[in-house]
Design a protein around this ligand. Structure first.
Ligand code: GDP
Length: 483
């Protein structure tokens, strides 16, 4: 039997071509009360299948989907360089919006029809030399990480903006940690240099203290002083972004069927469901059947950020599409399918999976799960997020945890900070399969709810020693159950 992890009692019965009642009876005989539509775990499936003389062969659901979407292989000669996709992140009031506005309004080659008039969640700018850069128009790391939590890897490069008249602030650190956790290269923009109180060196110093040494100080991070408001050094910043992009050798194949991510979506009174998608590979065309998460539809019309109708959109191009039967979630991947029937079939299967998953599975990592996997010998990395009441204990805890790393298992502190455990922490944990450790702090109501939903484990402690002991025993595969 070729199986996915998602098999119900009745699926299994029909695969084996036996009455479903017999499968239920078999389950009962091993002490399991099941109903027809209940999903079985791999172990049970194994046992039941064996009873009926079958051997099982598990393939993950993703593999099945990939096969369903017939993975196209890109030929080397079809690959072209694609523009980078950039997100702007940083502390509140440090100038994210100003920079995005500045980029939107200037740097568009003279004569290019129409300015960027509508907000569709992303826009592309064309520079003097014809090179393009695509910006995600929702600044901030919350959006970035929420998308990543859904599996979207949209951003190629992050601009971390820091105001020169201020300090590297908690959200600056968060933004840096979120980008680092996603493996996205960063370019630092030190903003507001027009201000008399600006002190860019202080920012460079504070970054260095976090081990982010900028280029002009001999480090590897590109950094540019700018004024978003006055439009100073904006081109220089873009040059650095392009340089970073060159290093990444971003390629795409415009000849293949399009895949990409949903940036945002909504219900528009006049036009029905509208979704902004970012084409990441291939070319999306008017009339294509698009499948995004649990929604699908034929593209009735496409518009660019200048509100112009377009017939097609190539790699790294954001477009607003009309024609879907619902509003897919931001961060969802979209694919182009051959037929509407095929799209509908997968959409409804996903809908069903989602409904079932909502009620049972938890995808987050827990210490129990770590201990279990460790006992099986297949665990290499433990990602943790540390929140605490004072900086000193956070640092102490972080150092001790990192020192627990062994040859087999690496402990990564992907984020640490002072303050309550927030929703943003949970989203990051979910996206990075991390656990959250709270030292003398508790999660907010909203964070706790989200953690429950996402299956993210939050452990709170008041003694550093206890924390370390717990992690240590989980790493040794011998965690005693939490009481
Ligand atoms: P965001 O919260 O990061 O999106 O920050 P905003 O872009 O909204 O900027 C916050 C404030 O800083 C606004 O009042 C801006 O006008 C101001 N600001 C942004 N960039 C600059 C700059 O380069 N120079 C000066 N003097 N003010 C700036």
């Amino acid at each position: 039997l070729k199986l996915t992890e998602f098999v119900t009692v009745s699926d299994l019965a029909s695969m084996m071509d036996v009455p479903v009642t017999q499968v239920i009876a078999t389950c009962m005989s091993i002490g399991l009360m099941v109903s027809i539509n209940m999903r079985l775990d791999a172990e049970t499936i194994d046992m039941v299948a064996e009873e009926f003389g079958y051997k099982t062969d598990f393939v993950s659901a993703e593999v099945v989907e990939a096969v369903a979407q017939d993975e196209e292989v890109d030929l080397e000669e079809d690959l072209i360089t694609r523009p980078p996709i950039v997100t702007v992140m940083g502390h509140v009031d440090h100038g994210k919006t100003s920079l995005l506005d500045r980029l939107r309004n200037t740097n568009v080659i003279e004569g290019e029809a129409g300015g960027i008039t509508q907000h569709i969640g992303a826009y592309s700018i064309r520079l003097q030399d014809g090179k393009r850069i695509t910006f995600l128009d929702t600044p901030g790391h919350e959006a970035f990480t929420a998308m990543r939590a859904r599996g979207a890897k949209v951003t190629d490069i992050a601009i971390i903006i820091v105001a020169a008249d201020d300090d590297v602030m908690p959200q600056t650190k968060e933004a840096i940690n979120h980008a680092a956790a996603a493996g996205v290269p960063m370019v630092f923009a030190i903003n507001k240099i027009d201000k008399p109180s600006a002190n860019p060196d202080r920012i460079r110093e504070q970054l260095a203290a976090m081990n982010y040494l900028v280029e002009e100080w001999g480090g590897k991070y590109q950094c540019q002083e700018i004024s978003a408001k006055q439009g100073i050094n904006i081109n220089e910043l873009l040059e650095k972004v392009l340089l970073e992009a060159e290093l990444l050798e971003l390629k795409a194949n415009p000849k293949r069927r399009s895949v990409g991510s949903v940036i945002e979506s909504s219900l528009d009174k006049g036009r029905g469901y509208v979704a902004t998608v970012l084409v990441q590979n291939g070319t999306l065309r008017h009339g294509d059947v698009v499948l995004a998460g649990t929604h699908y539809g034929r593209v009735k019309a496409m518009f660019n950020e200048r509100n112009q109708k377009v017939e097609q959109a190539g790699p790294s191009t954001p477009v607003l599409i009309l024609g879907l039967d619902g509003a897919p979630t931001a961060g969802e991947t979209f694919n182009v399918m051959d037929t509407e029937q095929e799209a509908r079939a997968i959409a409804s299967k996903r809908e069903q999976l989602k409904r079932e998953q909502d009620t049972r599975t938890k995808k987050g990592l827990t210490l129990d799960e770590l201990a279990r996997r460790r006992a099986l010998g297949n665990f290499q990395e433990l990602n943790v997020i540390i929140k605490g009441d004072v900086d000193g204990s956070i640092e102490a805890l972080s150092d001790s945890l990192i020192r627990l790393s062994t040859e087999e298992i690496q402990v990564n502190v992907i984020h640490k900070g002072v303050g309550q455990i927030s929703e943003s922490d949970v989203v990051l944990a979910s996206a990075s399969s991390a656990i959250i450790l709270g030292f003398q702090v508790r999660p907010s109501q909203a964070a706790r709810r989200l953690a429950d939903r996402e299956g993210v484990e939050i452990r709170t402690y008041s003694i550093i020693y206890d924390t370390i002991e717990d992690i240590k025993s989980a790493m040794e595969g011998m965690l005693s159950p939490e009481i």
